[in-house]
Design a protein around this ligand. Structure first.
Ligand code: NAP
Length: 335
């Protein structure tokens, strides 16, 4: 009889997740079976649960991040991995180019079954040793947000020595990862948030200055004090993008990795071409981005910001917490 495990399954888009028993998956020849210890929530999981994401598979097990122990490996995988503690790069089949992902790229946790379960099967090539200075909980939150922030900041943003960096919506999981990593290269980091408390906490973590994006003149205050900024890392899109264009220095780079605040209403392209601005998209990251991200966290002994921990049974509450933008940092699920 097949072994069973507990998993958080999406019955259909828009419905709450249900915890049920499903068969433990079998690793294929180049895969590993991982016993999940902790997973973490990304906004992607919430978008999928609400039905606001393309290609949702009914009955999928969500979850892109985890730390766990290798339980079993496929016939072509080195058996020395069995028993090792690991984290997983959730970007599957990125492809050969670092510039852009291949058409077959997809993310662990839809359509492939993910980490909100006692076991998950992943390609062996996506498995890495977690940074040793991190606890299991801390390691679990690093993969998706860490690689997204790394690529957006370093590979796409390409900040130069002495640049001023703006990170928007600092309460977000990716934004806080970007803040942590930005502190390794500059002491001029501006953040925005909807909350003064979140700004204060970001200042404690190494941000230099902070503004409420909910105030109309937030961008004017930045221009007044800083002149402008060189690199912007933004996961919100929405109505604040025209203000961001206003505060970018000539030649500046705006990197967009998400659209939590929706579509961009109107944009003065004259400002973009006259000031040689660069508007860049960024999604997750290549295997090289993931490896460089881990090297950076190891070299600087960086620690992620954890918001709170839920059990697998409380997963819908965890989603609600994120949906209401209550969090500051990453939300963990203990499996
Ligand atoms: N392209 C990719 O590969 C990729 C990867 C990861 C995430 N994403 C996307 O990026 C976004 C953030 O992801 P996440 O996991 O970090 O989500 P998250 O932890 O839920 O963060 C969302 C944050 O967005 C901020 N926000 C909301 N409205 C804003 C606005 N008008 N201006 C500036 N900030 C605003 C809020 O910050 P405050 O609480 O400080 O107000 C909120 O905490 C999501 O849309 C997600 O789907 C994309």
């Amino acid at each position: 009889m097949a072994q069973v495990m507990r998993a958080a399954v999406l019955p259909e888009p828009g419905k709450p997740l249900i915890i049920k028993e499903v068969a433990v998956p079998e690793p294929g020849p180049t895969q590993m079976l991982i016993k999940v210890l902790y997973a973490s929530v990304n906004h992607r999981d919430v978008w999928i649960q609400k039905g606001l994401y393309p290609g949702i598979r009914r009955g999928v097990i969500l979850g892109s991040d985890c730390v766990g122990i290798v339980e079993k490996v496929g016939s072509e995988v080195d058996s020395a991995w069995v028993g090792k503690k690991v984290i997983v790069n959730p970007g599957l089949e990125w492809g050969p180019s670092r510039e852009v992902q291949s058409p077959s790229f997809h993310i662990l946790g839809n359509p492939t079954d993910g980490t909100f379960a006692e076991y998950v099967v992943v390609p062996a090539e996506n498995v890495y040793q977690p940074p040793l200075h991190l606890s299991d909980e801390e390691a679990a939150v690093l993969p998706l947000a860490g690689v997204t922030a790394y690529r957006a900041l370093f590979y796409r943003g390409r900040p130069q020595q002495g640049n001023t960096i703006l990170i928007t919506g600092i309460g977000g999981g990716v934004a806080l990862m970007a803040l942590k990593m930005a502190t390794t290269i500059t002491d001029k980091i501006i953040v925005t948030s909807s909350s003064l408390q979140k700004i204060d906490r970001a200042l404690e973590l190494g941000a230099t200055d902070g503004y409420l994006y909910t105030h109309d003149d937030w961008h004017k205050k930045i221009i007044q004090k800083w002149g402008g900024v060189d690199v912007v890392i933004d996961g919100a899109s929405g109505p604040n993008i025209p203000q961001i264009i206003d505060i970018l220095n000539p030649g500046g780079r705006l990197v967009i990795y998400g659209q939590t605040a929706g579509k961009i209403p109107q944009l003065s392209t004259a400002k973009v071409f006259w000031r040689h601005l660069n508007i860049l998209g960024s999604t997750m990251g290549s295997p090289s981005d993931f490896e460089e991200m881990l090297e950076l966290w190891n070299a600087h002994k960086l620690k992620p910001v954890i918001d709170r921990l839920y059990s697998l049974d409380e997963i819908n509450e965890a989603f609600e917490w994120m949906d209401n933008a209550k969090q500051f940092g990453k939300i963990i699920i203990k499996i």
